[in-house]
Ligand binder design. Sequence first.
Ligand code: SF4
Length: 281
Amino acid sequence: MTAGEVEQPRVTTGGYRYVQPVISPRAGGLSVRVNMNPDGRCNFACVYCEVRRGQPGTMASPDLPVALAELADVLTRIRRGEASSLPGCAQAPAELLRLGHVALSGDGEPTLCPRFVDVIEGVLHLRALGHHGFFKIALVTNGSALDRPDVREGLRLLTRQDEIWAKLDAGTPEWFRRVNQPEVPYDHLLDNLRLMGRERSLVIQSLIPRLAGSAFPADQRAAFVSQLRELRGARTQIDRVQIYSVSRPAVAAACSHAPLNELSGLARQIRDEVGVPAAVY
Ligand code: SF4
């Protein structure tokens, strides 16, 4: 999953095919992203998505040995203090050139990767070798396949320090359909968040776009906050909510950045009414 959390274009740079270091305030430094969907396959079609998809994907997986070799190379350069030589990092402030996490991400939805478990095992093996010290792994997902047996099997391998960053942009099925244009029902997404959130704490990612120049409608905003409250009441563990907006031109027209006061007001409301940390990025 990429849209709105891509601070730089998702292109193959610096000789890397599957790995992209991204300066990410939300990761607290460098997010080193492993592209688990080189074909861009996704079961959402978010109005703000930055990925230009052609024909439907063929469910390709990354070439795992290549992806892991690239990841090892990037991590080595960061550990040696050479992060400013990584693609797109030359002008970055020094405090953002430290490793935030390794993100299981993609040009599409990473949990749809046919080799999901293999990728997780490969990244965990690299971590276990110890050459790069401990690094946190974050799965960045739209949440639609968190109930799939292979996804659950893979996620069970992660430690408590690893994170699941799950998308939730809507508090009603109507807004979900309008913004995310999914292939799955809203209730299915909520069930998945409850399922996973009872097992481990989630980081909720909420992208709030302006659609046709209009703000998040008041009734939808209230329903969104209320939905977060309901999830918490259903014992869904939420570590924090990250609010952000469109940062780059979306493929779909009529989708633009929401003003900061609108986003920070929503974050404040979540802190006050849901009782979880919420911040704007
Ligand atoms: S979940 Fe939405 S933003 Fe992420 S890749 Fe799919 S369509 Fe794009």
